[in-house]
Design a binder for this molecule. Structure first.
Ligand code: SAH
Length: 459
């Protein structure tokens, strides 16, 4: 570590700016924001700096720098285009242990300016120690876009109640949970929506009735089709918050790896024909853990409301008044279609798309075939691997051309993705020969032809 990051209290302190041009202006704005008492010294001072002066704590001194200018200063910045002056300022400052920054000359600096994300009182300072300022700025942009603008207000609110909360909740662990709840729950959401007084009454309410916080919550989260990059920000945030995780077979291990490290993981997967954990059992477990005050993550593959029985799980919770949130995920159809280059709708080929279960019941498929063979639509069959032959046969029998393009995508969006492209006549044999394994998705319709041109994901 070449530099120790410290946050400098400059309010009312003497700072000297040697230089009066555009570069000086940029730094001046930061010094002004920090409340410094600033003297600008330069033979020529630009109009834009002069314009700042009337309303700001700025003294403008129109002459060359003199050694005695540093007297009483805590920080000096040299922003002139005269290297001899810059060097002189640096030497003098360092000899008197005054913090000095010389613009664009790291070797003359004892302090450097970071890139700043300012959500005062929250501040993030980023530095590359002068090696890659562009990279530091890019990082700053990323952080800027992921932090709600009112983060600072949330921190200020916490500051206001800090002592009161400390007094009321003596136990450190409970206090931490209290604040986590404030920063991540409905109170934070109220602050982000600029409803500060409502947020305050919620804090007061929460403080006067701490036991009402005992009830946990269930997060029904869609984990997407496999690639962890396809998670939503919200899914990830709740995954990192959970105490207990109940997850399915379809949740990829890469996604599971992003769950909070010390969370308890419980596998409740079902494989075809083998149901070690019943749905009722899962419903009950979710309620039971939430009633114990736990944050329960119900993590599912894809989207919880698409062939995920998510509706049943939360309706059980709703009946008991247990709070829950539902986070959508990228469903297998969207994920596989994108990664295999087959747009589900397309102006020339398909004006609608259907998501259909291809799950066999007593070895047969009870579907409205007549409806499924109408033209200009894309059919997507979930859970259709063992029924693939029946699906293709029935579609042909009800009038689809045997040459209708059809594809099967195995383990879509993962590094093991395989795509088989044929038609209703050829696909079953192709898949059988390749010994494809679940999970697989079947896509039928003219959009399948686009695969050749639009495929981008390298397997
Ligand atoms: N809720 C899930 C679907 C659950 S049903 C979702 O929205 O995606 C399970 C079926 O989803 C599997 O039988 C398979 O047809 C499909 N599926 C899930 N993940 C898949 C993947 N990575 N590749 C191909 N199919 C997948």
């Amino acid at each position: 570590m070449n530099f120790l990051p410290l946050f400098h209290d400059l309010r009312g302190r003497r700072c000297v700016m040697v230089g009066g041009g555009e570069i000086a202006l940029r730094k001046l704005r930061q010094l002004i924001a920090a409340g410094a008492a600033i003297e600008v010294i330069a033979p020529e001072i630009s109009p834009s700096i002069r314009n700042l002066a009337p309303e700001q704590p700025l003294t403008l001194t129109c002459r060359k720098f003199e050694d005695s200018d540093l007297n009483g200063a805590v920080l000096v910045i040299a922003a002139t285009n005269d290297t001899a002056v810059n060097r002189r300022v640096s030497e003098l400052a360092q000899a008197s242990n005054i913090a000095v920054n010389v613009v664009d000359s790291p070797e003359l600096c004892s302090v450097i300016f970071p890139s700043i994300v300012d959500r005062s009182p929250i501040q993030i300072a980023i530095s590359s120690a002068g090696t890659a300022p562009v990279l530091a700025r890019m990082l700053r942009t990323r952080l800027e876009s992921s932090m709600p603008a009112a983060y600072g207000k949330l921190a200020a609110l916490a500051g206001k109640y800090r002592e009161q909360v400390k007094h009321k909740i003596a136990d450190g662990i409970s206090r931490k949970a209290f604040w986590e709840d404030v920063f991540d729950g409905d109170i934070a959401e109220l602050v982000y929506a600029e409803k500060i007084s409502e947020a305050e009454s919620r804090i007061q309410q929460k403080l006067s009735n701490p036991t009402s916080n005992k009830l946990g919550e269930v997060y029904l989260v869609g984990g997407g089709p496999g690639d962890p990059d396809l998670l939503t920000f919200r899914a990830l945030r709740l995954m990192q918050k959970a105490d207990i995780v109940l997850y399915d077979r379809l949740v990829s291990k890469e996604v599971l790896a992003l769950v909070r490290r010390d969370a308890v993981l419980i596998y409740v997967g079902k494989t075809a024909g083998d149901h070690p954990v019943t749905q009722d059992n899962i419903n009950e477990k979710l309620a039971e853990f939430a009633l114990q005050g736990k944050r329960v993550l119900r993590l599912k593959g894809g989207d919880p409301f698409i062939f995920g029985r998510g509706g049943e799980e939360i309706s059980h919770l709703a009946e008991q008044g247990i709070p829950f949130q539902v986070v959508p995920g990228i469903t297998a159809a969207s994920g596989c279609a994108s990664y295999a280059g087959m747009p589900l709708t397309h102006r020339d080929f398909a004006q609608s798309v259907r998501f259909i279960t291809g799950h066999l019941k007593e070895n047969s498929l009870d579907l409205n075939w007549q409806d499924l063979v109408s033209p200009n639509q894309t059919l997507v069959f979930y859970m259709g691997l063992s029924g693939l032959e029946s699906i293709c046969r029935e579609l042909i029998r009800h009038g689809k051309a045997p040459e209708t393009p059809a594809a099967l995508i195995e383990k879509g969006t993962t590094v093991n993705q395989r795509v088989f492209v044929g038609d209703l006549k050829t696909l079953p044999e192709m898949v059988r020969d390749a010994n494809a394994k679940a999970p697989t998705l079947i896509i039928v319709g003219d959009v399948v032809k686009l695969h050749e041109k639009l495929s981008w994901f390298k397997q």
